[in-house]
Design a protein around this ligand. Structure first.
Ligand code: GLY
Length: 362
């Protein structure tokens, strides 16, 4: 009898088997994804596919009018039209799908999945993406909510010509003019909403949700979905639907995704870079930080220019080790600086954790 055969018949083998069992069900997401992680982990616990899990997770944000960086209620382009970007990758089948500049459909992640499953293409954009979605029964809706419309109007009112004039405020002929005060212009909006709107105008956000899932069989999938940069030029596409930038999944290695200023991520193909870093031996944290160093390098490490945007990376390795890293240790929320965080759920235990970071504002 060989040693292996002997071990196979003993209790020791059972114990060793348990130790080498697969990873735990793990879902990693951006800070706005705590609930998405919870939904996704419940899917995994029921033995559902990892892509089903992450899409169900981010659907929570896409359908939530209060998440103004994703799906329904997302901040619109400069013409007041919400344009959505999303992509998905399914590790086990090594397939991917993507949509960009999609108008009128609340859940672009579901449309990206249909592109993956039902077409011989990878990416559909604009009018073609909408027609495709409608042919599969998606309803075309106005995605602008009262809140995102208000923020857009506040942005319009903030634009000035050389003499300080703006066509979207009281005209020269208005009786008793001028009254550009927002409280007068929008009497139904409460102070908190107006302050929020001003904040969106001063610092146009690039929100987004990224969600990555790993199950006990070691299968991995991911999704990234967004309404993109607020007040963008119509047709602007960020990193979220760009495979290799906003998301990358390699079933042999792991997955990575991103939120924040897409232009800077595209310039380093962030998600692909991170997965390749992990393939070559870096742990998820080191892999994300290396990607951020490449971003900083593109600005010759000039803090003043780097300070003008946020960028976050998330990574989940095939063995269950995960990390997130941000360009900056803190980010602005409601007029104050807060520690940059990300969401994670391991086997039903969900929490926000601090990200690693490249630079400190301190
Ligand atoms: N990361 C989202 C965007 O830049 O559109």
């Amino acid at each position: 009898m060989t040693r292996r055969e002997w071990l196979a018949g003993t209790a020791v083998a059972g114990a060793l088997g348990a130790q080498t069992a697969g990873p735990k069900n793990t879902v990693v997401s951006s800070e706005n994804g705590l609930r998405a992680c919870e939904v996704a982990i419940a899917y995994l616990a029921r033995g559902k596919d990892t892509l089903d899990a992450v899409i169900a997770g981010v659907n929570v944000n896409e359908e939530d009018p209060n998440d103004t960086s994703v799906g329904y209620g997302g901040l619109p382009n400069e013409q007041g039209v919400v344009e959505l970007d999303a992509c998905v990758m399914h590790g086990p089948t090594r397939r991917a799908g993507s949509v960009a500049s999609l108008r009128g459909v609340k859940t672009p992640s579901k449309v990206a999945r249909l592109v993956m499953e039902e077409t011989d293409h990878i990416m559909l954009v604009g009018e073609g993406a909408l027609r495709f979605a409608k042919s599969y029964g998606f309803k075309e809706e106005d995605l602008l909510t009262g809140k995102s419309r208000l923020a857009w109007l506040v942005w319009k009112r903030s634009l000035r010509d050389g003499s300080g004039h703006n066509n979207w405020t009281d005209g020269l002929d208005a009786p008793g003019r001028p009254s550009a005060a927002l409280k007068v212009a929008f009497p139904e909006a409460d102070e908190e909403t107006l302050a929020w709107a001003v904040e969106q105008v001063l610092r146009p956000p690039t929100g987004t949700i990224n969600c990555l899932a790993l199950n006990r069989k070691g299968e991995i999938s991911g999704v990234t979905t967004t309404s993109g940069l607020a007040w963008k030029i119509p047709g602007r596409v960020g990193d979220s639907p760009i495979l290799g930038a906003g998301l990358w999944v390699d079933q042999d290695v792991g997955a990575a995704g991103s939120t924040g200023r897409g232009e800077e991520n595209i310039r380093i193909a962030g998600a692909h870079t991170i997965v390749e870093n992990m393939r070559h031996g870096m742990n998820p944290k080191a892999a994300c930080l290396d990607a951020l160093k490449r971003v900083a390098r593109n600005f010759a490490d000039d803090r003043a220019r780097l300070e003008q945007f946020d960028l976050n990376f998330y990574a989940l390795r095939k063995d269950g080790e995960y990390a997130a890293a941000a360009l900056w240790d803190t980010r602005r929320r409601g007029g104050r600086m807060v520690r940059t965080k990300f969401a994670v759920n391991v086997d039903g235990s969900g929490r926000l954790e601090d990200t690693a970071f490249l630079l400190s504002r301190a």
